[in-house]
Design a binder for this molecule. Structure first.
Ligand SMILES: Nc1ncnc2c1ncn2[C@@H]1O[C@H](COP(=O)(O)OP(=O)(O)OP(=O)(O)O)[C@@H](O)[C@H]1O
Ligand SMILES: [Mg+2]
Length: 354
């Protein structure tokens, strides 16, 4: 277990700056999930931590020691890559146990530890197989096994579940969670997947274009996004964001035809009103008053345990509303949308939370 500190990290590839001054402290035993759009620098940051890539500027500290100039093997971290490579001529057991063998651990102990890891990852029936005899998902589990067995000071995971099918992903997510609870090893985990981020993280770090947009607990990020980027990025389906302004003391939503909405105490320099799908109530269009807006119900998505209505209110994007799945929706009809006055998010022109 280790604490990890990133100090003013910058990374340039020639004249392209992909990491723009990242400062971040990770506590011992914490599970950090790094999320952000493709190309925002997640893998680069992880590789800098691991020592596989040099930072152009800044330093990395592990347990207070500056390891910036140390080799990957001297940092005590284990990494599972987005694209992993197994030793093709070794069976699963040998692949998993390889790091112990090179470290001079005895045969009996290696066997016992390989068994324990194989049990955790449900690889027991596959220990004699070669990598080419495995599916993509099975190979990925072997790669995770190789990282786990070293009992490192820290785990670095780069989208380790991206090749798995949906059911196995859920299983592996729970396994990783359980593993973390069991071993308590400091973990930094990169993913695109909302659910992985929300369920695994002690803290989520949202990265965009090489900068941290916000870091905090899943609840903090969901309930108090500090900017429009995080508001849209965390949550699925995403938060509705409507361009807005204050006019004569009233909130005006800037749809094709602007509409005034009776929401109290709005900040004067509001430029965007954000409302999550579960904080909008769908109602009949004919009880229209100024506490709601109307639109055409364009698409419904029925998912069994929940249901989403997509309503065209004349904004660039449709408004998403979560609806009780028992309700039968008819597309093409006019509906009213009532916003929960206590669950709104206001942002200024620059996208900063007000
Ligand atoms: N060796 C390199 N030379 C030049 N540019 C690079 C190099 N490696 C990465 N980049 C660029 O740096 C940026 C960040 O890449 P990185 O792989 O860290 O993104 P990512 O957030 O992991 O994306 P993804 O989610 O798609 O894996 C990208 O714009 C990428 O094109
Ligand atoms: Mg990546």
């Amino acid at each position: 277990m280790a604490s990890i500190e990133l100090r003013a990290i910058e990374k340039w590839f020639d004249d392209l700056q992909v990491i723009k001054g990242v400062d971040f402290d990770i506590d011992e035993g914490e599970f950090i999930v790094l999320v952000g759009p493709s190309g925002c620098g997640k893998s680069t940051l992880l590789r800098i931590l691991a020592g596989l890539e040099d930072a152009s500027v800044g330093s990395v500290l592990i347990d207070g020691d500056d390891v910036t100039d140390r080799l990957p093997s001297e940092r005590g971290l284990s990494m599972v890559f987005q694209s992993y490579a197994l030793y093709p001529h070794m069976d699963v057991a040998a692949n998993i146990g390889f790091a112990l063998k090179t470290a001079g651990v005895g045969k009996a102990e290696i066997e016992a530890r390989v068994r324990a890891v194989a049990k955790i990852l449900r690889l027991e029936p596959l220990l004699d197989r070669l990598p080419k005899q495995l599916s993509g998902g099975q190979r990925q589990r072997v790669a995770i096994g190789r990282a786990i067995i070293r009992e490192p000071k820290g785990f670095l995971f780069d989208e380790p579940l991206s090749n798995l099918d949906a059911a196995l992903r859920v299983n592996m997510r729970l396994e990783i969670s359980r593993l973390h609870e069991q071993l308590g090893i400091t973990t930094i985990y990169v993913t695109h997947d909302q659910i992985e981020a929300m369920t695994l993280a002690d803290r989520i770090v949202v990265l965009n274009e090489g900068e941290i947009m916000q870091a905090g607990s899943p609840r903090d990020l969901y309930n108090l996004p500090q900017n429009k980027f995080v508001a849209e990025f965390i949550g699925s389906p995403k938060m509705n964001l409507m361009p807005a302004e204050m006019a004569d003391g009233k909130l005006r939503l800037l749809a094709e035809t602007p509409r005034t909405v009776g929401l109290d105490a709005m900040p004067p320099d509001i430029a965007w009103l954000g409302v999550r799908p579960e904080n909008i109530m769908l109602c009949a269009a004919d009880d229209a008053d100024d506490s709601m807006i109307t639109g055409t119900l364009s698409v419904c998505e029925y998912l069994g345990s929940e249901q989403f209505a997509y309503v065209d209110c004349g904004f660039d994007e449709m408004i998403t509303v979560r609806v009780d799945p028992a309700e039968e929706l008819v597309t093409g009809t006019m509906v009213g949308l009532r916003f929960d006055p206590n669950a709104r998010h206001c942002f200024d022109q620059a996208g900063k939370r007000l």
